[in-house]
Design a protein around this ligand. Structure first.
Ligand code: ZN
Length: 186
């Protein structure tokens, strides 16, 4: 990641952006492609990173802060200052691996709710970085998981839409103050 969007990995008392939560319509829209990677996009990426670190997250998509753009940020090891964060602009999954893998997911937009979700283990994803450079990476494990979860957000999909155990999910959502009517099975 370039200096253009580098931020300290710290918890701010007043993060720059407000999170939006399950039930909010902005989370259900298909986000728009970013035509030009300029300073306004870099400022947004920076503020998203600061907001993500402040909330103990490992990924954040622009719709989660109420912005309808195809931009996600990811840092799978936020406690480690050496681990680089990713800024992915207009990310697109070009290839899915054959092996599926289950892992417990959570979401900053559905605090307190965690469920296992099945996803392909490996992906190849193309995107533009914060300088507008085209990139393509192979990812597996946690990085692949987070990128898939965040790209879902850009398409209006929440991880709870992918949970099979409807009864347990309904209970868990209720317990944390969310309505199961906000779930849209995929
Ligand atoms: Zn999420």
């Amino acid at each position: 990641m370039s200096a253009a969007v580098a931020v300290a990995k710290e918890k701010l008392e007043n993060p720059p952006l407000d999170l939006h939560y399950l039930g909010d319509k902005v989370l259900r829209q298909k986000a728009k492609r970013i035509a030009k990677v300029d300073d306004s996009i870099r400022v947004l990426a920076k503020e998203m990173l600061q907001t993500m670190y402040s909330s103990y997250g490992i990924g954040l998509a622009a719709p989660q802060v109420g912005i309808n753009k195809r931009l996600i940020v990811v840092d799978t090891d936020p406690e480690n200052p050496e681990n680089e964060a990713y800024v992915l602009i207009n990310p697109e999954i070009k290839k899915f691996g054959k092996d599926m893998c289950g892992f417990e997911e959570g979401c900053l937009s559905i605090p307190g709710v965690n469920f296992e979700v099945l996803r392909p283990d490996e992906i190849e994803v193309s995107y533009r970085d914060e300088l507008g450079k085209p990139k393509r990476i192979k990812a597996s494990g946690l990085l692949s998981r987070v990128i898939q979860h965040e790209i879902d957000h850009l398409n209006g999909v929440m991880f709870v839409d992918r949970v099979d155990n409807q009864i347990a999910l309904d209970e868990e959502l209720k317990e944390h103050g969310f309505s199961s009517k906000s779930v849209k099975k995929v």
